[in-house]
Each structure stands twice: as structure tokens, then as C-alpha cells.
Design a protein around this ligand. Structure first.
Ligand SMILES: [Zn+2]
Length: 322
């Protein structure tokens, strides 16, 4: 459905859509433009790339005019030679397509009227090509694309070579989990099933592991899950022990005696089922927070990147069609 609309927009604007990612690229009124539909951010990034060779009207004049006319414009800025307008949309319908074409018209008219030269958005080279970098379509000359690719690759290699220390990570995870356990016991005293504390506990554990130098991989995620699971059960034992103490306090027992008596109390079906239900709910929320956070850290730490050259079918010679 979305790709049908993009195909239509491509036909209407004369831009190129390769069907691989939700982006259109090409020349529009002689200027290199790129559209990227970021559906998760509910916006379309519209950019045109040109260099000002002489003193011209400031683009801010154009931006304030556009903002006044189209209310869905979230931002309009110059980033080097890249004029970028972010247009908010949740779907690509008729109105949105009309707005986007209007944005392209305004941008390229401004560039042509002020005699800006079509160029790479990074340097001012007139040699034009397109590439997807980190999910965004950009107009870059080949040397700039190669340079960005080399920097990303170097960053990835440096990150992948970094060694972690599993032992210190383990200590960090334990400290994080214990901190969560303290919260768990406190909240349990107020009679709540601590779903939110479960979430916090999961994050604290994995962050503790990472902060003390642990490298996130499958083995460390499994280890953190085991640690937090054991700590959570212990926290629940302590909570139950405190509860028992509040009942038998007058009989001269200590909190410690009560905690030690928890296994005996768990022989009662009713107490045991409530205990394990609390534990299961806590674990569910803990893992629901721990695993996504771990994957997030993993992605950032590996320096994984995406870069793809977009080969347009059209000849790429710039220059305003005046
Ligand atoms: Zn360049």
C-alpha cells in the first residue's frame, strides 16, 4: 500500500523509487532532491542539495514562508549544502502528496531564483549521486560517500575489537540487580505487585553489566537473566519474611528467623501460589525490560551501520531548468 503511494509520488514528481526502501531520489527542476519516509517517526524528510556561490537571500526567509503555509512542517534547516524540511505525516494520501510537491517546488524555486548550484550536500562538488546512509536518502558525490563509508567501517571495526571484562560486568549486573531488589522489597511492603520495579530491575541489571565493562552478547544476556531471576526470588523471600514477621512479631521472633522460615511457609499451597505468581509477574516484566535494553546496547556497541548507493536510472547532470 505504502509502496503504491510512493510509486505514484515518483511518477508525479519524476523522481526515482527503487522499491527497496521508502525513499525517492533524483533531479527536480534541475536540483538533486531526496525524500525519505520515516514511518516510525511519522514524517517525510524532504531535502534538496545546492551550494550558494554568491551572496543570496537567506534560506530562513523561505523557511518562515513555508512554515506559515504548511502547518505539518516540523522543521526546516540548512545542514551544510543540504536544505532539509521535515514534514509530519501518518499516512501518504492526496493532501500529503500535494504538500510534498509544493515543498519541492518552493525549495527548488528558491534555489533557482538565487542561483544556487546543484551540488553534493557534503562538499560543493557538482558531481551528483545518491546514497542511503543510516536509513536516510542523501545526495552525495562518490568521494564523500566513500569517505563516510570508510569512517563508519572504521568505527565498526574499532568497536568490534574492544574487549569486555566479563567478571567486572558480572559484579555490575549483581549490584544493579541488588539495587532493584531493595526497591522490590520496599514496594512490596505497600502491598503492590511491583511490575514497574520489575522493569527497573531489568534495566538496572543490564546497565550495571555494561557500566562495569561487560560486553553484551548472548552469553552475557543469559547470565544477566539468571542473576536477576535468582535475586528476584530472594527479594520475594525477604518480602514474605517481613510479612511473616509483622504477624509473629509479638512472639519474640526476629526478622531473620522469619526469613529463614519462608521455605516452611511455602509448603502451604495458598502462600506458595501467591509467592510464585508474584515472582512470575516480576520476572516477566524484568525480562521484558532487560532483553530489549540489551539488544539496544548491543546495536550501539557494535557500530552496525547501513549505507547503500542508490543508482538512479536517470542521467545525473544538474543545473536549473530556467
Ligand atoms: Zn561530496
Amino acid at each position: 500500500m505504502a509502496s503504491c503511494m510512493l510509486k505514484r509520488l515518483a511518477e508525479e514528481t519524476g523522481l526515482y523509487y527503487d522499491g527497496k526502501q521508502p525513499m525517492l531520489t533524483g533531479l527536480y527542476h534541475g536540483y538533486p532532491v531526496a525524500l525519505t519516509w520515516l514511518s516510525s517517526a511519522r514524517c517525510m524528510m524532504v531535502s534538496a542539495s545546492a551550494a550558494a556561490l554568491e551572496v543570496t537571500q537567506p534560506p530562513e526567509m523561505l523557511f518562515s514562508g513555508i512554515r506559515g503555509q504548511i502547518k505539518n512542517v516540523r522543521s526546516a534547516v540548512m545542514k551544510g549544502n543540504r536544505m532539509e524540511i521535515v514534514y509530519g505525516l501518518s499516512r501518504l494520501g492526496e493532501k500529503q502528496m500535494t504538500d510534498i510537491r509544493y515543498l519541492l517546488d518552493c525549495m527548488t524555486a528558491f534555489l533557482a531564483n538565487n542561483r544556487w548550484q546543484p551540488s553534493c550536500e557534503n562538499c560543493s562538488s557538482p558531481e551528483l549521486a545518491f546514497a542511503e546512509v543510516g536509513g536516510v536518502a542523501r545526495c552525495l558525490c562518490e568521494p564523500c560517500t566513500a569517505q563516510i563509508e570508510a569512517a563508519l567501517e572504521q568505527n565498526r571495526q574499532e568497536k568490534s575489537q574492544k574487549k569486555g571484562n566479563f567478571f567486572t560486568g558480572l559484579i555490575g549486573a549483581l549490584l544493579g540487580a541488588l539495587l532493584g531488589a531493595v526497591l522490590w522489597v520496599i514496594v512490596a511492603q505497600f502491598g503492590y505487585i511491583a511490575a514497574v520495579v520489575g522493569l527497573i530491575m531489568g534495566v538496572l541489571t543490564i546497565k550495571g553489566f555494561e557500566l562495569l565493562g561487560g560486553k553484551i552478547n548472548v552469553a552475557s544476556i543469559v547470565t544477566c537473566c539468571v542473576i536477576v531471576g535468582v535475586v528476584l526470588i530472594l527479594a520475594n523471600v525477604i518480602s514474605l519474611g517481613i510479612e511473616i514477621y509483622s504477624v509473629y512479631q509479638s512472639e519474640g521472633v526476629t526478622i531473620f528467623d522469619c526469613i529463614m522460615a519462608v521455605p516452611a511457609f511455602l509448603a502451604y499451597q495458598e502462600i506458595a501460589s501467591a509467592f510464585w505468581l508474584d515472582t512470575a509477574v516480576g520476572l516477566l516484566f524484568t525480562y521484558a525490560a532487560l532483553i530489549p535494553s540489551a539488544l539496544n546496547i548491543y546495536r550501539n556497541k557494535t557500530g552496525a551501520y547501513s549505507l547503500r548507493r542508490i543508482s538512479t536510472s536517470r542521467p545525473m547532470s544538474g543545473g536549473p531548468e530556467c
